[in-house]
Design a protein around this ligand. Structure first.
Ligand code: NAD
Length: 260
């Protein structure tokens, strides 16, 4: 149902972004992927997406902490693929540390990648979406856009900010056929989660098993990690014409975490 549409997914060389890119490509969307990684692996992914969609797939290496590179990626997407009709602002990083020890450069980096990149993508994509009278802005936020956990100050602040940006974009674009929504997962088993286990062990003095069961899944009533496919399916639904009235909302997909 996305034939003729183009999607730009930030941070799509791994995890949730890659899952979203595949789901959109399988429905026929041309895709711009983005993120860091091995050149060969990225090229293999690009080819797979191209084969899945039958439309174009382009990789852009824009660093989502750099506003001018983000604007250039959107311009390239417009020139080569016909403009992003769908933007999935997904790129994100994490750092786990008490506030008083939180490295200032980590704070700045997380705010830039997890929050400001969503603004820069939105800002650059809006004129094209307005021009077509159709668009989908999807922000992969987090349960941490709705609630906090200790030792994740920058991440929680950035994700709450993304939730505010999504609501504002929804109001500004409500009469233009453009929706803006947050998808807010609980813990999804991806490299981002795997990488924070050692720091959480250190910050809380716990073993790996204790971090998995007593920290990560402690707040998730289902006691299951959310899957990448489940998150991608929700993002895909928001792209449907049936979802035209869903805007300015923050969709939790968190095994009941934020119901508590
Ligand atoms: P991941 O580490 O698997 O993927 C992150 C992606 O972002 C990678 O492609 C990476 O290359 C890219 N990236 C990082 N820094 C970048 C930069 N400066 N410029 C461009 N790309 C950059 O992580 P993930 O778990 O798939 O997370 C994706 C999003 O989902 C993030 O915004 C994250 O906060 C959010 N999220 C994840 C979980 C979870 O449990 N995994 C839960 C809630 C929300």
């Amino acid at each position: 149902f996305l034939k003729g549409k183009t999607a730009l997914v930030s941070g799509s060389t791994s995890g949730i972004g890659l899952g979203c890119a595949k789901a959109l490509a399988a429905e026929g969307a041309a895709i711009m992927i983005n993120g860091f990684g091995e050149a060969d692996a990225i090229e293999a992914e690009r080819r797979e997406l191209e084969a899945l969609s039958g439309a174009g797939a382009v990789y852009d290496a824009a660093d989502m902490s750099k506003p001018e590179e983000i604007a250039a990626a959107v311009a390239r997407c417009t020139a080569e693929l016909g403009g992003p009709d769908i933007v999935i602002a997904n790129a994100g990083i994490q750092h786990v540390s008490p506030i008083e020890d939180f490295p200032i450069e980590k704070w700045d980096q997380i705010i830039a990648i997890n929050l400001s990149s969503a603004f820069h993508l939105t800002r650059a994509a809006i004129p094209g979406m307005k021009g077509k009278g159709w668009g989908r802005l999807i922000y992969i936020a987090s349960a941490h856009s709705l609630t906090a956990s200790p030792f994740k100050s920058a991440y929680v602040a950035a994700k709450h900010g993304v939730a505010g940006l999504a609501k504002t974009a929804a109001l500004e674009l409500a009469t233009h056929g453009v929706t803006a929504n947050c998808v807010s997962p609980g813990y999804v088993w991806t490299p981002l989660v795997e990488k924070q286990i050692p720091d959480t062990m250190k910050a809380r003095g716990l073993t790996r098993e204790q971090v998995m069961n007593d920290v990560l899944l402690a707040g998730q009533p289902t006691k299951q990690f959310v899957t990448i496919d489940q998150v991608a399916s929700l993002a895909l639904y928001l792209c449907r014409d049936e979802a035209a009235a869903i805007t300015g909302a923050n969709h939790a997909i968190d095994g009941g975490w934020t119901a508590q």
